[in-house]
Design a protein around this ligand. Structure first.
Ligand SMILES: C[S@@+](CC[C@H](N)C(=O)[O-])C[C@H]1O[C@@H](n2cnc3c(N)ncnc32)[C@H](O)[C@@H]1O
Length: 229
């Protein structure tokens, strides 16, 4: 787990999460959540009951929508304030879980058919590698992984960590956050390196911002163990 991920979690725990929840109350981004909900629903097989786990669910909007539609979904986070917010929204299956440190099987007891990691830009390349391994091991055969990454193409000003991660450590201009936050940016080549041997690409597109390219969005399918070895 990188020092930046740790610092970000500390920042959220020491007031940043309340600030995040407050911004969300002012601008609930309803259309964006509906779009994501439909994207997830369309990716899922229609003919079987699936177990869904969302990593880093924050306020829990997506998990709440999935639960409301009858899906078996568990929302998670590592920050207590976010877990309380998820409870307040009525989510019934909630786990405190740090996907970079905690043992998946101990926390969840069984594998998932879909794992979602949405808008978690606070991970450098090494943290991402770990996340991909954890998701691979946490999924049933043919399980799906939905993830988005901030696009390095729209951040030419970014600095570079020794491990090659493009990043900023900054106050958000549009939201005027009190503390700096770590934002990592990824290229298509970075994503290719992360997913090869582990996942096949089911769907890929860009979205967000004026030019609809702020984020890479992917649905991935777990490749067989043979491909991994
Ligand atoms: C920018 S917020 C996004 C929350 C939500 N997914 C959304 O789209 O609004 C990032 C979330 O990831 C969580 N997070 C960051 N690092 C984590 C880790 N190592 N394990 C679990 N959650 C983590 C944070 O606590 C926070 O809730």
């Amino acid at each position: 787990m990188s020092e930046y991920n740790k610092k970000t979690i500390d920042m959220y725990s020491l007031g940043g999460a309340l600030e995040y929840i407050g911004h969300n109350d002012i601008d609930p981004e309803t259309e964006k959540w509906e779009k994501l909900f439909n994207y997830v629903k369309n990716a899922l097989p229609k003919d079987k009951k699936v177990k869904i786990i969302e990593f880093g669910s924050g306020c829990g909007q997506l998990s709440a929508m999935l639960q409301e539609s009858g899906y078996d979904v568990t929302s998670t986070d590592v920050v207590d304030t976010f877990l309380e917010e998820q409870r307040r929204r009525g989510i019934t299956q909630i786990k405190k879980y740090n996907f970079l440190l905690d043992d998946f099987d101990n926390v969840f007891g069984s594998k998932a058919d879909l794992i979602i990691s949405w808008r978690n830009p606070h991970l450098d390349m090494d943290d991402m590698r770990k996340l991909f391994d954890v998701v691979y091991d946490g999924l049933n055969d043919d399980g799906l992984f939905i993830i988005n990454f901030q696009n390095s193409d729209v951040h030419p000003e970014a600095d570079m960590l020794p491990n090659g991660t493009k990043y900023n450590y900054k106050i958000l201009e549009d939201k005027q956050t009190k503390e700096k936050r770590f934002y990592a940016y990824f290229s298509k080549d970075d994503i290719e390196e992360l997913r090869k041997n582990l996942f096949d690409i089911v769907e890929y597109h860009n979205e967000g911002g004026k030019e609809q390219k702020n984020w890479h969005v992917l649905t991935l399918r777990k490749a067989s163990d043979i491909a991994k070895s």
